[in-house]
Write a protein that binds this ligand. Structure first.
Ligand code: UT7
Length: 332
């Protein structure tokens, strides 16, 4: 039995931050950001709000549509690199807010591929026959963890806050749904895009004033290395997922990639020899929302009526870890 997406939702926080706004905080410009990343604006939370609060709002967006009932959810998977607190996971906070007492919940901490890894786990839960309605949330609050000084400008311009949710269910007729997945990682690159502190490995405390003075509590990235691996691994892993589903690249109607950088996705299209018109892009409006980017994109596309029954869709992502993943879906 295959699994399929039966509902989607999203929540974008209300504080709009343009490139111009960032250029008033540190040395950057609208021109540099647009030219290097394609990003024009992003949204930040306005007041105190955790990843689980944003995911809750995205869930309300799902349940208000009436396709899935809240009380039918029997498993929650929460993908995030910016959990509300170190522990427990944001999945537990979300479960409590949804009032779904006793329903199992867990977090998947896999950065930009967190949503695709979560989809695969949800797919296996449905295939096991033990669960029928698996809610998968991808939500990130980046804005409270970024370095708004010149030291962090390469990373800070990229990220935005947001949340997306899908609900998976069984695809009884096996006419479509998830045809294949491919997941990979290479931890030798763990420090090419990472957040050092607080770290439980440090004694006597996880973070101290020196670490803060050195800015080790802000994400750090070797941008060029991330870029060069992303444009190699994304085409490779999509082709792997296509092959295991027995689908030809030409049969894909649309590719919905993680939104890390428009130039990465343009280069990805070029490497595959396909038109960028087949590759969905919304990074202009939201920046990189990490685990939330693919579910936000899927919800936008579905509500615009751009996902039609029978459409073949490729999902693909690359990010910190390094991790990379792809999936082929026949929309039903
Ligand atoms: O999900 C994964 C998330 N991460 C990514 O996808 C990142 C992948 N990498 C990238 O997107 C690119 O490497 C960046 C957009 C981050 C940077 O672009 P780049 O073309 O690789 O620039 P660079 O790091 O080589 O820096 C070029 C120049 C440097 O100045 P100098 O040394 O040439 O004087 C940087 O200091 O651009 C400077 N720079 C900036 N200038 C204005 C770096 N960040 C900024 C900035 N505004 N925000």
């Amino acid at each position: 039995m295959r699994s399929k997406i039966i509902a989607t939702g999203r929540y974008i926080p209300e504080r709009l931050v343009t490139n111009e706004d960032l250029s008033n905080m540190f040395d950057t410009s609208d021109e540099w950001i647009k030219d290097r990343t394609g990003i024009e604006q992003r949204y930040y939370i306005k007041d105190e709000m955790g990843a689980s609060d944003m995911a809750f709002n995205a869930c309300e967006n799902v349940f208000n549509e009436g396709i899935v009932k809240r009380e039918d959810i029997d498993f929650i998977i929460f993908a995030t690199l910016s959990p509300d607190h170190t522990f427990p996971g944001s999945g537990c906070f979300l479960q409590g807010k949804l009032g779904l007492a006793d329903v199992p919940s867990m977090d998947i901490r896999n950065q930009c591929t967190g949503f695709l890894y979560s989809l695969r786990m949800g797919d296996l839960l449905i295939k096991s026959g033990d669960y029928k309605r698996v809610l998968i949330a991808g939500a990130e609050v980046h804005s409270t963890g970024l370095d708004f000084s010149n030291n962090g400008r390469d990373v800070t311009v990229l990220f935005g806050d947001g949340a997306g949710v899908v609900v998976l269910g069984p695809c009884e007729d096996n006419e479509g749904g998830f045809l294949s997945f491919a997941l990979h990682s290479d931890g030798t690159h763990a420090k090419d895009l990472w957040l050092d502190c607080p770290g439980s490995r440090y004694t006597p405390s996880r973070i101290n004033k020196t670490m803060i003075d050195e800015g080790r509590h802000f994400p750090k990235m070797n941008g060029r290395r991330v870029f060069s691996h992303a444009v190699k691994k994304m085409p490779e892993v999509l082709m792997e997922a296509l092959e295991s589903s027995g689908t030809d690249l030409k049969e894909l109607d649309l590719i919905v990639p993680h939104q890390a950088n428009k130039r990465i996705n343009e280069k990805f299209a070029e490497m595959l020899g396909i038109s960028f018109g087949k590759v969905y892009s919304n990074i202009e409006r939201y920046g990189n929302t990490t685990a939330a980017s693919i579910p936000i994109a899927l919800d936008e596309l579905r509500r615009q009526g751009r996902l039609k029954k029978g459409d073949m869709i490729g999902l693909v992502a690359f990010g910190s870890g390094f991790t990379w993943a792809a999936s082929i879906v026949k929309w039903v």
